[in-house]
Design a protein around this ligand. Structure first.
Ligand SMILES: Nc1ncnc2c1ncn2[C@@H]1O[C@H](COP(=O)(O)OP(=O)(O)O)[C@@H](O)[C@H]1O
Ligand SMILES: [Mg+2]
Length: 289
């Protein structure tokens, strides 16, 4: 199963690594992982941009971006009206920025239906991000070269998610430790494979992150075993526990690492970040060999 997704070389110099957080199921931890993995990567020293592609805008809200400050959003980026840089806002976390979303995104599919490049809107926007062709007019506030772009996808396999997959180097799949965890995974993997053969030949699965693990529940342990059996070493060693601090943090507009650094949820996201960086190093070493 895992052999279908070959290792990919690291991105060329100057381009960020683009990871899309995708799972067509809602409530599995995509947004929570985007926010807190982004924060943890930034805490380790990476420069991170979160691209909020869910019309619900939970990643934006969870990072304290109120609706009024979303005058320019990822909708405007995907319609081609503004560059991605122009949508970027700073967050309370140093080195962590976000391109926020609004409900406008929910109308995008119809609007772009007749456009030939409709699946490549985000890819092209990201190409211009780190000193690309359209960066000449930028103000210096936004000149950070990003090392990571994390895309928070909506809970469906629609044109927005396809844009994310076409723009990504790799997919990161949050999977909730519950009975139906594996249901839907084959469909997701099939879509990734379709995007790989048609739109983005370098696309790979970066890894699967098990979320909301409950140690008091035997079922959680069974799900971990099943998913590891099915997906092998594509599953990260780090497992994110169910932790009330993680779910409280967004209502304060904060990542859990700012809300309560010592809690088990924060510590798990820090471990996940270092595991991802290690995996990236291994990919680079393989590519260079
Ligand atoms: N590790 C966790 N512990 C407790 N609650 C969590 C955890 N991860 C996510 N949640 C909660 O589960 C719900 C769904 O998570 P979310 O990240 O929004 O999923 P998705 O983006 O896939 O729809 C949210 O209310 C979130 O606060
Ligand atoms: Mg979400």
């Amino acid at each position: 199963m895992t052999d279908e997704f070959p290792l990919v070389p690291a991105a060329p110099y100057g381009l960020p690594r683009v990871l899309a957080l995708a799972n067509q199921k809602g409530g599995v931890g995509k947004t929570t992982t985007a926010i807190n993995l982004g924060t943890a990567l930034a805490a380790i020293g990476e420069s991170v941009l979160i691209v909020d592609l869910d019309p619900q805008g939970n990643a934006s809200t969870g990072l304290g971006i109120d609706r009024r400050s979303r005058r320019v959003s990822t909708y405007d980026v995907l319609t081609g009206d503004v560059s991605l840089r122009e949508a970027v806002l700073e967050t309370a976390v140093p080195r962590l920025h976000i391109a926020p979303s609004t409900m406008d995104l929910s109308g995008l599919e119809l609007e772009l239906a007749s456009q030939r490049d409709r699946a490549y809107r985000l890819r092209d926007a990201i190409r211009g991000l780190n000193g690309g062709r359209d960066s000449g007019s930028l103000d210096s506030r936004n000149e950070t070269p990003y090392s990571y772009v994390l895309i928070d996808c909506p809970p469906s396999l629609n044109l927005i998610t396809v844009n994310a997959m076409a723009a990504a180097n790799a997919i990161l799949v949050p999977l909730q430790c519950e009975f139906f965890a594996l249901e839907g995974l084959s469909q997701l993997l099939k879509t990734v494979e379709q995007v790989r053969t048609t739109l983005n030949p370098q696309l790979t699965i970066h890894g699967i992150v098990l979320t909301m693990f409950d140690s008091r529940n035997n079922l959680s342990a069974q799900v971990v075993q099943d998913v590891r059996q099915f997906m092998g070493d594509k599953v990260y060693e780090t497992i994110i526990p169910r932790n009330v601090r993680v779910s409280e943090a967004p209502s304060y507009g904060k990542p859990v690492l700012l809300y309560d650094l010592k809690c088990v949820g924060s510590q798990a996201y820090l471990r996940l970040a270092s595991e991802i960086i290690q995996r990236e190093r291994a990919l680079r070493a393989t590519a260079a060999a």
